[in-house]
Design a protein around this ligand. Sequence first.
Ligand SMILES: C[S@@+](CC[C@H](N)C(=O)[O-])C[C@H]1O[C@@H](n2cnc3c(N)ncnc32)[C@H](O)[C@@H]1O
Ligand code: SF4
Length: 448
Amino acid sequence: MDHSWLTLLDARVPRYTSYPTAPHFHPRIGSALFENWLKAIDPRQPISLYVHVPFCHQLCWYCGCNTHIVKGERPVELFLKNVLKEIGLVQRHLSGRPKVSHLHFGGGSPNRLTADQFDQIMQRLHQAFELVEGAEIALEIDPRHLDTAQTQTYARWGVNRASLGVQDFDPDVQKAMNRIQPFDTVARAVGLLREAGITAINFDLLYGLPLQTIDSIHATIAQTALLSPDRVALFGYAHVPWLKKQQKTLERFGLPSATQRAELALYARSELEKHYQPIGIDHFAKAGDSLAVAAKNNQLHRNFQGYTVDEAKTLIAFGPSGISSTPQGFAQKEPELAAWNHCIEADQLAIRRGIALEPADRLRSDIIEQIMCHLGVDVEAVAKQHGETPELFLPCFDHLAPFAAQGLVTIEGWRLTIPEQRRLAARSIAAAFDAYLQPEETRHSAAV
Ligand SMILES: C[S@@+](CC[C@H](N)C(=O)[O-])C[C@H]1O[C@@H](n2cnc3c(N)ncnc32)[C@H](O)[C@@H]1O
Ligand code: SF4
């Protein structure tokens, strides 16, 4: 297989779960401004909610998430007390009881909370918000720590989607990543969820981990297929030991080279495509799944969790590091647990940084979202919707010329299309429209 085109892509290019991206948030966005954004929410338009649960039972060496391993239950109980209070602090600034169409619990591992703790959060959310009929209520789950009391509580509250962290089934890879999780453990968790009626199941898989080989990826995907999740997210392992010190441990085992990583990525994708439709850059879904249907109808969206069918224009986040998104801009909570606890106890909304959106940001955000979701965009049409002319983007088209020469994108007039087999180029094509990137950040180098 020829992987040379992958070397044109820059691994440092953002994944565009938002535009502008989080590194461009700044501390001039604080709680006072966010209060105004909350006040402007129209209670008749459904919104989305995100709750970040920053705890796990054990640390995976590869983990890049905002989580904590704590001794004893006091830190978790304090978090619970404060997240309940935080919902009340937000509620003070809302008019009425806004409708909610999507609720997502992420982390960390939301199932680090007991059934009773989860129950308390849901009760409080129901007081402040109206979950509409058919709302999607999704939870990220560590399959090693799931019990019947939890799955029954989730089902009682209408949880209808669960994302399981699977990563890799190979015993040696699992040992290297400090996450022993045999097939039977994952099968048991899937069984508990399905028995409780939570039948929409997602798996997260990773490539680029130490000791992974084409054979181990083959076996992991064969075992995944046996459990038949509706969706699979396939992420490239992001090695950032300067931010996440424990990742350094993985270097003992040796990380795959850029070429090996590209081979693992392409092989994993080709195996998954035997069972699933590819969605965007890193998701796979069964043909009838709502994500696959949305992709087919050009109704896919991108948010902080990746790809979604969620159309809400407002997302309110609770818990440390959570990012809220409103038509006026993005606002991120204090990422440090202690600082977040401190703010909430002082009756503050704990906004640490963010960015207010300018009209030019909204225009570029629409272009980037279309590239990431639909693998193409009519720049003229989007510019017109925003009252602009496409000529504004001539420098972006100049930047794309080398990509077009390599067949990573076709350009016809103002329309861009990424060929089906070059989906992984979407981030780099989108980056051409990112006004915040420095020129060297869009330069060609490394691979996926
Ligand atoms: C919050 S975790 C999922 C729920 C639960 N904590 C678990 O791991 O089972 C979110 C996902 O992020 C992905 N992830 C974590 N660290 C990563 C990294 N360094 N690079 C890429 N993906 C990563 C993993 O696939 C993981 O399943
Ligand atoms: S269980 Fe999930 S969030 Fe927790 S350390 Fe592992 S990957 Fe990170």
